[in-house]
Design a protein around this ligand. Structure first.
Ligand SMILES: [Zn+2]
Length: 65
């Protein structure tokens, strides 16, 4: 994902801003791996293969089942 996506996305639970923690970027500065942490509720959303997973935690479990 591009870092300017941060302007658009927010916590799906409470619509607060997310804090970006980058683990890995590619040569075009795209974020491949990292975490988005809600500044309000502290929920963490993983970024995997450049795609932020913004599903709330309970829905995430359902999708995996
Ligand atoms: Zn939140």
């Amino acid at each position: 994902m591009k870092e300017d996506l941060m302007d658009i996305i927010c916590c799906p639970l409470d619509k607060h801003d997310l804090e970006l923690e980058v683990i890995r970027r590619d040569e075009d500065d795209e974020i491949l791996e990292g975490r988005l942490v809600c500044t309000e509720c502290g929920e963490e959303y993983p970024i995997e293969d450049g795609i932020p997973n913004l599903l709330p935690p309970d829905m995430r479990d359902e999708a995996a089942a």
